[in-house]
Ligand binder design. Structure first.
Ligand SMILES: [Zn+2]
Length: 185
């Protein structure tokens, strides 16, 4: 197993992880018959605490779960907005002009919530939004970002990486063809 820190770790600082189990086969946990359900990264505090207690049977005492009411409220608001921004990016009625603001907001929120490992997913969502509106140059820019984060935090030899690389190659080809024949559509 490889562990990558997304920020500096202080001396004696506890390292915690989201209660998420990789589902990629083979499922190697043999000490439990039924795999425990995921507590996905990014849940608001009340939902997280309840899910951990009910499904995993413990009360989390990490820095985040023990933070003040105000800090929790601020974090929850960011997490709720993060979901909203993704919905807006996926919605076909969202104007092209709104995309770059939403994309920047998504990245800022993810960083504020320490969700750097999700930046690949988020960049992919932004790339898809631009692709649907025919902006291939910006699609490629965000697809490259998605690939970079996927390689940094995931398995560089995975099928996901190979597929994304193939899509980026295809995009480049499409853009080259459009540049040669701008009227052709
Ligand atoms: Zn916690």
């Amino acid at each position: 197993m490889k562990v990558i820190a997304t920020r500096d770790i202080g001396v004696g600082e506890e390292i915690s992880l989201s209660c998420w189990l990789p589902h990629t086969p083979p499922f190697t946990r043999t000490d439990i018959l039924t795999p425990l359900p995921d507590i996905p990264l990014g849940l608001p505090s009340a939902h997280r605490t309840m899910a951990l207690a009910q499904q995993w049977g413990f009360h989390c005492a990490c820095d985040m779960c023990l933070s003040s009411r105000e800090e929790k409220q601020a974090s929850d608001a960011r997490r709720e907005r993060l979901v909203q921004v993704q919905v807006l990016l996926r919605h076909e009625d969202t104007a092209y002009e709104a995309l770059s603001g939403l994309a920047n907001e998504l990245v800022d929120l993810a960083r504020a919530e320490g969700m750097t490992t999700k930046l690949s997913d988020f960049a992919f969502t932004v790339a898809t939004a631009y692709f649907k509106r025919g902006d291939l140059a910006t699609t490629e820019k965000y697809a490259d970002v998605a690939l970079r984060y996927l390689m940094a935090f995931g398995d560089p030899d995975s099928q996901l990486v190979a597929d994304l690389q193939k899509n980026i190659e295809w995009l480049r080809g499409l853009r080259a063809k459009q540049a040669q024949n701008p009227e052709g559509g």
